[in-house]
Design a protein around this ligand. Structure first.
Ligand code: GLC
Length: 741
């Protein structure tokens, strides 16, 4: 529809119809009798359902086409519905969780995965996905770490932008693409105590330096929708935060698309204590710039009266309704209200062999090898027994994989059985996945008790371990221990699994741990008792085959930690790009006193950001700079030569970090600024070169201006965030700037 036709349409709408466009209803309202049921309970009327702008979590081409047809027929202006859903890491073909995808350090691969997710979801009738989640996370107690890209601002931004490109393609009109909704704006990943929905207290400088860049990258990549977060940011709920939405998101970042609240977040403004009633909540949210109310009755039940009483300008409603209609128009829904919903396409693309293969390849790239003593890995096909609750555990999808069927997942045990070389490998569960005294309330239902006979299972496992040359021990948190509202105060493995670890390692010294789950854990016992550790995260539909291929050396691990594995929960929050403090401390926590340290635990994590091993080894030459001084309008190239010094091919993720030695405000000891993956055969060398620009050197100065300051910088290039391979660069005074001052 042309802009003038769209303008004519909105001008012809009644106030009720304009307000209706700002309302998103939960999919279950589409069940029969909703108005006398959940909708009625919320005070919504048949009219509210009749005029709504969008539904959430309705899927399936046939269902959506039928619903869209019926809905448009009864709508006074036949305006199509927006169908939105959470496609977080794949639709029916499930990819690794986003935290694992970030460990690939492969934005192109993540973009391809998002494009596959979009193709499947579009065929099923979805128009918008509530992804990417670009919340920086430094606290593994927060369960939604699973959905994030981890602790680094730059890597988060690369991943968020890649997902936006994958979902949206070149044009939303193109078949198989859907609109991306960036979330959760802003700072949701930094709740006090790592407890979901809790307050977030960030200085404006920390917010801008560390938390906003990833959102900005997604906006610059063209995301069409932004979701405000549940949390208060410095005591103001994001859904009522006019500065955050109108000043930062729209004016500074230039976002012109639609803003949607999170689930029922407008109603929650009352619980936050900043709205005395729903009317005030509606006023605050609309004034802040929230265009669409996700699943609360606040807009539907209050805006008409607020406008008619003059408390809310009609223009506020019309501006928001305009952005909703523009999104529908960008998706081509006025001409093609079904967009890509197509039963035949659904049958063809969902879980297609090509999609399964893509998911498996990404899973393989997401695995992080933390330890591999005595060349435990790769394995010969029959040299190890497979023990542990994750050997035959079907729940390898992340908690947000709500439109997938767990029955489609290939477990480790199934992968062993499907391969003639491993079909006779002995397996044993050894223990339940989680402790009986730790019942887990899952995302959609309680996690069923694991009825494994613990004693018998343990004995069986010990006997098997005793008679085996090696043991692959498949352990990890249940997938329902991460995701929304899944914060945890402890980061240790379940007690029953630690017991199994002790029993198995007591009778077999060649144990390889494969760790599943959605967050970094305190894995000191694994580091102490096993000879190899492969982090598999929640690898998705093809997780089993991906793990087996990696263990057998048919795929070589190349993943790097997108978030550090802490020494223990006491370090939370922890991140590599911390400030120096006036008393920096490294070394044994029992030495000395007056340093920024603990008395009982180290400052450093167990495994740092960016860390990961491969089946080969690499060496790095010293860092070479094309010049050791640069002006603001120049660039410098920093390079190293990387050599495969091992005996098999491998892929190295070369990382470049900067440190601003002295500035007008304290700066992090490291900042990731670039990375590149290079694959080398044994003995092969190649140069990895990075261009350093003045923009990379900028900071928010004392006056909160985003500028670079003359001075010296250390340029680090190495395999992880703790590399000491560095050279020094000086940014010269800018004589022009001096003259102007
Ligand atoms: C949830 C989540 C959000 C999700 C939305 C719709 O509460 O916070 O990430 O997209 O509701 O399901």
């Amino acid at each position: 529809m042309t802009e003038s036709a769209l303008r004519a349409l909105i001008n012809d709408l009644t106030l009720e119809e304009k307000i209706g466009q700002l309302v998103q209803l939960p999919g279950y309202f589409q069940s029969e009798g909703a108005v006398t049921g959940p909708a009625g309970d919320m005070g919504l009327t048949q009219d509210d359902l009749r005029l709504a702008g969008s539904y959430l979590s309705i899927i399936g081409a046939e269902k959506i086409k039928k619903l869209q047809t019926a809905f448009m027929a009864q709508h006074p202006h036949h305006i199509p519905l927006l169908f939105m859903a959470d496609i977080i890491n794949g639709y029916r073909t499930v990819f690794p969780i986003p935290l694992a995808q970030a460990c690939t350090f492969d934005p192109e691969g993540v973009e391809e995965g998002a494009a596959i997710a979009a193709k499947e979801a579009a065929a099923a009738g979805i128009h918008v996905t509530f992804s990417p989640m670009a919340d920086l996370v430094r606290d593994a107690r927060w369960g939604r770490v699973m959905e994030s890209a981890g602790e680094d601002p730059y890597l988060n931004g690369c991943m968020a932008a890649a997902m936006v490109r994958g979902y949206q393609g070149k044009s939303l009109h193109d078949r198989g693409h859907i609109a991306a909704c960036l979330k959760h704006f802003a700072g949701y990943g930094a709740p006090e105590g790592g407890r979901d929905y809790n307050n977030v207290e960030l200085s404006e400088r920390t917010l801008r330096e560390d938390y906003l860049p990833a959102y900005q990258a997604a906006v610059e990549a063209g995301c069409e929708v932004v979701m405000t977060s549940f949390n208060t940011l410095n005591r103001i709920p994001s859904a009522a935060n006019e500065w955050l939405v109108k000043e930062v998101l729209r004016r500074e970042m230039g976002f012109t698309g639609m803003v949607i609240s999170d689930w029922n977040a407008l109603e929650e403004l009352l619980a936050h204590g900043i709205a005395a009633d729903q009317g005030e909540a509606a006023f605050l949210a609309l004034r802040a710039g929230v265009d669409m109310d996700m699943t609360s009755p606040v807009y539907a039940r209050n805006l008409k009266q607020l406008v008619e009483s003059g408390k809310v300008p009609l223009a506020w409603v019309e501006d928001s309704a305009w952005r909703v209609l523009q999104l529908k128009n960008k998706l081509g829904l006025f001409e093609h209200p079904f967009k890509d919903a197509d039963e035949e396409e659904e049958r063809a693309v969902l879980l297609s062999p090509a999609h399964r293969e893509a998911a498996r390849k990404m899973a393989e790239k997401s695995f992080v090898l933390l330890k591999n003593e005595d060349h435990m890995l790769p394995l010969q096909p029959e040299e190890a027994a497979f023990i542990g609750p994750y050997v035959d555990h079907i729940y390898l999808n992340g908690a947000w994989s709500i439109f997938a069927n767990d029955q489609d997942t290939v477990t480790v045990k199934a992968a062993l059985a499907n391969d003639p070389r491993t079909r006779n490998v002995p397996v044993a569960p050894g223990c339940p996945v989680h402790d009986a005294d730790q019942p887990i309330m899952g995302f959609q239902q309680p996690v069923a008790r694991d009825e494994t006979d613990a004693e018998a299972a343990l004995q069986e496992a010990v006997e098997l371990a005793r008679r085996s040359r090696k043991v692959v021990l498949c352990l990890g948190e249940h997938r329902e221990c991460t995701g929304e509202a899944a914060s945890r105060g402890e980061l240790t493995l379940p007690k029953c699994q630690l017991r199994l670890l002790d029993a198995v390692t007591a009778v077999n010294e060649n144990v390889i741990a494969v760790l599943f789950g959605g967050r970094p854990l305190d894995i000191r016992p694994l580091k102490e008792k096993t000879k190899a550790i492969l982090v598999a995260w929640l690898p998705g539909t093809e997780g089993g085959p991906a793990v087996l291929r990696t263990l057998l050396g048919e795929s070589h691990p190349s993943g790097r930690l997108s978030m550090c594995f802490p020494y223990c929960v006491g370090q939370m929050p922890i991140h590599y790009n911390h400030l120096s403090t006036g008393r920096p401390f490294h070394g044994d926590c029992h030495d000395g006193r007056f340093g920024s340290k603990y008395q009982d635990i180290p400052n450093e994590p167990l495994y740092p950001f960016g860390f990961g091993l491969t089946y080969t080894t690499f060496s790095y030459s010293p860092v070479v700079l094309s010049a050791d001084r640069m002006k603001a309008d120049e660039t410098v190239t920093a390079s190293v030569t990387v050599t495969n010094t091992g005996t098999c091919p491998g892929t190295e993720t070369v990382q470049m970090y900067l440190r601003d030695i002295s500035a007008s405000v304290a700066r992090p000891v490291r900042m990731l600024k670039a990375f590149v993956k290079i694959s080398l055969n044994p003995g092969e060398s190649r140069e990895a070169a990075f261009t350093i620009s003045e923009k990379m050197l900028r900071l928010y100065d004392l006056s909160m201006r985003y500028v670079s300051e003359p001075g010296t910088f250390d340029v680090f290039i190495g395999p992880d965030s703790q590399t000491m391979n560095k050279a020094r660069l000086t940014l010269e005074e800018d004589s022009m700037a001096q003259e102007m001052e």
